[in-house]
Design a protein around this ligand. Structure first.
Ligand SMILES: *Cc1c(COP(=O)(O)O)cnc(C)c1O
Length: 351
């Protein structure tokens, strides 16, 4: 890192125009953002400045070759006004893993961490305190360097924006198990948070929505027999009292919520199996009544329960349980995130 962070403060905060009791998810932005350029082979001084549009050359490679990656994380504020993050170094490391795969230069850990902490200090009033609300944080990096030659750019931008947000999903979702399309392939970029992965998900998801579902359950690209992810979340399936989740791979994103859920569930003496799970196993369990729960896990929604799924023209409903694992685990993880419970793991980072 070249030097400290340069700070340009906004003249007049727009916070008074925001209704913190009715926050959408990720579409109201805080006063400031952090921007740091990589040019001439080096990262420049990061700048915290008023949130505003950025200007790019039409030949910037992001527009043509899609070198673009991101992260998603949250900041929380407890009743005493303490600000905290959840496993933020894991996001920094994963951003750099995505960067390597997309030939984007890695962002130094101090620019990421010190920049983020300073941004949260300056926009501290933007961190919501209402139950279920948080400050959603979006770090991202993309090719700002120009040229129509299909090769990596020579300049990049790292930006962090934040958005005070309410809860992500309302209610349970109905999902469709995918039989034709895939979000990721062996040797591809499915493990990276690369922008293009999401662009590729939109079309099959739109088809599922037209059929009356909310989301797609992704299966492997080769046989479509193995369950891999739930939309942009990792998936957990409960058969009897065993919680099963697919192992991470080239095709599956190594979610921070996923690995936290695994750890917490194991420590609650829930039987957890990290293994491949077939569609036929899930159908058989649904038919015999041993399929108890399915849920997605990811930063935005934390845990998103699934009400039922469709496969080959048949709909299967999941039972309504009194105390689903989904609820117990969501409470356990959010209590740690928001400082309502002890954090035996050292996941919570107080600012
Ligand atoms: C971000 C993401 C997840 C969840 O990761 P978290 O670290 O828990 O937020 C899962 N699957 C995909 C495809 C994702 O993009």
């Amino acid at each position: 890192m070249k030097s400290n962070i340069e700070i340009q403060r906004i003249e007049k905060s727009k916070i008074d125009s925001v209704d913190f009791n009715n926050l959408p998810f990720g579409s109201v932005y805080s006063d400031h953002m952090l921007e740091c350029d990589f040019v001439n082979g080096e990262w420049q001084t990061p700048v915290i400045k008023p949130y505003a549009p950025i200007s790019l050359d039409p030949a910037a490679k992001i527009f043509h070759y899609g070198q673009s990656i991101f992260e998603g994380m949250k900041a929380y504020k407890d009743a005493e006004g303490n600000t905290m993050l959840f496993r933020p170094l894991d996001n920094c490391k994963r951003l750099n893993k995505s960067a390597e795969r997309l030939v984007i230069p890695e962002v130094p850990e101090d620019i990421f961490m010190d920049g983020l902490k300073k941004l949260l200090e300056i926009d501290n009033d933007w961190i919501p305190t209402n139950e279920g609300s948080s400050l959603y944080i979006r770090p991202f990096m993309f090719a700002s360097g120009i040229g129509f030659h299909a090769s990596p750019a020579d300049a990049y931008k790292f930006i962090i924006c934040t958005a005070p947000s309410g809860a992500y999903f309302a209610g349970k979702v109905k999902v469709l198990i995918e039989e034709k399309y895939a979000r990721a392939a062996n040797g591809g970029v499915g493990f990276a948070k690369a922008g293009g992965n999401y662009a590729a998900q939109f079309y099959p998801t739109q088809l599922a929505i037209e059929k009356g579902y909310n989301q797609v359950i992704w299966t492997d690209d080769n046989s479509h027999e193995y369950i891999e992810e739930a939309g942009a979340m990792n998936i957990f399936i409960r058969i009897n009292d065993t919680l099963i989740t697919s192992p991470t791979s080239d095709r599956i994103l190594d979610g921070i919520t996923r690995k936290s859920v695994i750890q917490i569930a194991e420590d609650m003496n829930i039987d957890v199996e990290v293994r491949k799970i077939t569609v036929s196993e899930v159908i058989a369990a649904a038919q015999s009544g041993s399929l108890k729960e399915m849920f997605g896990a990811g930063t935005a929604a934390v845990i998103s329960p699934i009400a039922g799924f469709g496969y080959q023209g048949t709909d299967y409903d999941l039972p309504e349980l009194e105390t689903p694992f989904a609820e117990t685990l969501k409470k356990a993880i959010t209590d740690i995130q928001t400082n309502k419970a002890e954090d035996p793991y050292g996941w919570r980072v107080m600012l």
